[in-house]
Design a protein around this ligand. Structure first.
Ligand SMILES: [Zn+2]
Length: 439
């Protein structure tokens, strides 16, 4: 049992008793013998990050960040290799690399570089050979007109993991970093998870929901099997009947759907497919909704859909978006969705977007780009709205004890998940690389 004494909860100074993972009492309470206690501070629900990628987040720490590298060849030359002997880069902003182009940058060790969207890996010729792409059978392997692999591989993370000897990353450190940000629950949005990886999620203190559990399977408790993730790849959209079939299959397996939708075309296709499938499921979600035309906002509300969005991208990449879109209000809308009655959840999409909820909230409030411009001023929301869309359920007697204790400066002092005090570790600012280990 734990007693939080003299804490601020919704503006009232109270004591809070936690027992069996729940808040049992709130009021003026007397400490019981043997009861652990914490004094003063402000208590609020933990953040719920409803869309991120846990294994990629763990792996990102041990990778070369290609996002802000000016001389990629030099950076690759200096980079350490992972246990499979690969140089691994992430966050590359272009999709212009293939095996030949990568060979010119670095040809002496196998290299794999991930596009910053997470959807594409680009490997050099040694990488093509190490993966056996010539004879491999995976639909994501891009081939030229003669059937030879180009070195570009789409949406094949789990397949690549087995081929590159990459370990399933240990998520303990990720769990402590998340706790340091006051995050008490997460949803992993990686599609098509390999059931062999479920065990790794059990090492996190956070409550974990998985969207990538294959249809017909379910993740072991306390992991939660969430809606079924469907990716509408921007480059090759499915036909309407194909998408309708996939949604029907999820419904038949008792799952709602969580559909990755970045473009207008994908969004309109999804709405048409949902209409074919009858009334939407209560848990149906749109992931990202990166571009929503104004006249579609009402359509989302009418169908009772939840939008899980990442305004953090506006702060991170807003200047590029501004060059590409006609109306910046269409980008990662939040305010108009809330006004129309759409359920909105904020999230990070880490490691592809910033993980820190405060950065995401600032981006939702100000929509200021790195270049200092405001991308879509009508879509800014208040801090209160942002917190409402990011925090877990309100704390009251009977509710789950997933909560954060803040000090006077508003910094995270302590985190309780399922009533258990959770060790904190804030993210180190600098990335680290793994030491070289010859194979
Ligand atoms: Zn994602």
């Amino acid at each position: 049992m734990t007693l939080l004494r003299g804490v601020d909860l919704h503006g009232d100074r109270v004591d809070i008793r936690i027992d069996g993972g729940r808040i049992t009492e709130v009021g003026r309470l007397t400490r019981r013998p043997g009861e652990e206690s914490s004094d003063r501070g402000t208590v609020r629900p933990g953040f719920v990050d409803d869309h991120l990628h846990l294994h990629a987040l763990a792996a990102a720490v041990a990778s070369l960040d290609c996002g802000r590298t000016r001389d990629l060849a030099a950076a690759l030359r200096m980079a350490m290799v992972d246990r499979g002997g690969w140089v691994r880069g992430i966050g590359y902003p272009g999709d212009d690399l293939d095996a030949a182009a990568l060979d010119r940058l670095h040809g002496s060790r196998p290299v794999r570089i991930q596009h910053r969207s997470g959807a594409l890996w680009m490997v050099n010729s040694l990488g093509v050979a190490a993966l056996g792409l010539d004879h491999a059978d995976h639909p994501g392997i891009e081939r030229d007109f003669s059937g030879a692999p180009t070195g570009r591989i789409w949406r094949a993370d789990d397949w690549l993991r087995t081929r590159t000897l990459a370990e399933i990353p240990d998520l303990g450190d990720v769990g402590r970093r998340l706790a340091g940000y006051g995050i008490t629950a997460v949803t992993d949005a990686t599609p098509d998870l390999d059931p062999a990886t479920y065990g790794s999620f059990l090492t996190l203190p956070q409550r974990v929901t998985l969207l990538g559990v294959p249809l017909g399977d379910s993740a072991p408790a306390p992991l939660v099997t969430g809606p079924y993730k469907i990716v509408l790849a921007d480059s090759s959209l499915p036909s309407l009947p194909e998408l309708t079939d996939r949604i029907r299959a999820a419904r038949a397996a008792g799952r709602s759907v969580a559909v990755h939708c970045v473009t207008r075309e994908a969004l309109l296709l999804l709405l048409a497919a949902l209409d074919e499938c009858g009334p939407p499921g209560p848990g149906d979600r749109i992931e990202h909704a990166a571009l929503v035309p104004a006249d579609v906002v009402g359509e989302l509300a009418r169908r009772g859909l939840t939008v899980v969005t990442q305004p953090g991208f506006i702060a991170d990449r807003g200047d590029e978006y501004l060059r590409e879109v006609d109306d910046p209000d269409d980008l990662y809308r939040v305010s108009s969705l809330i006004k129309a009655g759409v359920k909105v959840r904020l999230s990070s999409d880490a490691p592809y977007g910033p993980l820190d909820p405060r950065e995401v909230i600032d981006a939702a409030r100000h929509r200021r780009t790195r270049g200092g411009r405001i991308a879509g001023r009508n879509e800014r929301i208040t801090k209160r709205q942002a917190l409402h869309a990011y925090l877990g359920p309100a704390l009251r007697p009977g509710s789950r004890a997933d909560l954060v204790l803040l000090d006077e400066a508003g910094s995270v002092k302590d985190v309780f998940i399922v009533g258990q005090r959770t060790p904190l570790r804030l993210a180190p600012r600098a990335r680290t690389t793994v030491p070289y280990r010859p194979q």
